[in-house]
Design a protein around this ligand. Structure first.
Ligand code: SAM
Length: 287
């Protein structure tokens, strides 16, 4: 039996989609199946679903996952889903902001890393991606539907305007694959943009950054003023890195980066080399 369309379901529940929560519900069950297939679920897997909405992904996930925790910020939808899944003890619906969820704690409690999935609400895409990068050790993989423009930025190579903080930090923490793209007609209400599904698999980047938080701060600083040279951007914010501005040129040189280059030309491995030079310099200063 096919389930009712999101529009029909919302009408039955007397609800309207909330723009402020990025509510664009999937209308095609086969698209939901493709997203779920990309997770390659086994019965042992513990899945965290971001924003289950009316349950388009939740239903196929519940059939395959060992355990499913779905976080929905809209209390009206969380109530609806609790009723829908009351006979499924492996499914836990929580009315909670995913950005406040402690993924490492959840993974520890589950005894294994999580598989994260979601058709993301647009307004939290970037903060959620940065959170996934910070909490990488809690993840087995993530399969996420996002705006095509953000997917381009994630996977961009150095040298263009799409390459930025998201590209460097997410590529450092994950191997990324753009799986497929979808037009607005696959959602209700239709969004104004194209969407892309991206798969993220955690990877140990080699050589690693000795201090991942320092790498994050360095990359943010480097891109804060994209038009400036790296030497100028870093000198302007050297205090934030615990450095004196005078040390910036020699650290760039030690990392093999010409000081006149702009951040958008610097490869991930070069940022890591520079962060490690900064870390060594701070350590020597503190010693
Ligand atoms: N998964 C459903 C689907 O594919 O049809 C709904 C996707 S809709 C694009 C995004 C969902 O995320 C909405 O149900 C929205 O209420 C929920 N949401 C928005 N912000 C959230 C947040 N910070 N934490 C958890 N859920 C959120």
């Amino acid at each position: 039996m096919s389930s009712p369309s999101p529009r029909t379901l919302l009408e039955r529940l007397g609800l309207r989609p909330r723009k402020s929560l990025g509510q664009h519900f999937l209308t095609q069950p086969r698209v939901a199946q493709r997203l779920v297939a990309a997770l390659e679920l086994t019965p042992e897997d513990v899945v965290l679903e971001v924003g289950p909405g009316l349950g388009a992904l939740t239903r196929p996930l519940a059939e395959k996952a060992g355990r499913l925790v779905a976080l929905e910020l809209d209390a009206r939808l969380a109530d609806f889903l609790r009723q829908e899944f009351q006979a499924s003890p492996q499914v836990l619906i929580l009315c909670q902001d995913v950005l406040s969820c402690d993924f490492p704690a959840l993974a520890r409690e589950a005894g294994r890393p999580l598989k994260v999935v979601g058709n993301l609400p647009y307004q939290i895409t970037s903060p959620l991606l940065f959170k996934l990068a910070r909490e990488q050790e809690a993840l087995e993989r993530a399969v996420l539907m996002m705006q095509q423009e953000v997917a381009r930025r994630l996977t961009a190579a150095p040298g263009g305007k799409d390459y930025g903080i998201l590209s460097v930090l997410l590529q450092y923490h994950f191997a990324l694959e753009s799986l497929f793209s979808l037009g607005p007609a696959n959602f209700y209400p239709p969004p104004q943009v194209q969407s892309t599904v991206v798969r993220l698999r955690p990877r140990p980047f080699q050589p690693a950054a000795v201090d991942a938080e320092l790498l994050r701060r360095l990359v943010r600083l480097a891109f804060a003023q994209r038009r400036k040279t790296l030497a100028n951007s870093l000198a302007a914010g050297a205090g934030e890195l615990g450095l004196s501005p005078a040390r910036v040129p020699e650290l760039l040189q030690a990392a093999g980066i010409e000081p006149h280059r702009r951040a958008e030309t610097v490869k991930v491995a070069e940022f890591v080399a520079l962060a490690n030079q900064v870390a060594a310099c701070r350590k020597a200063k503190g010693a």
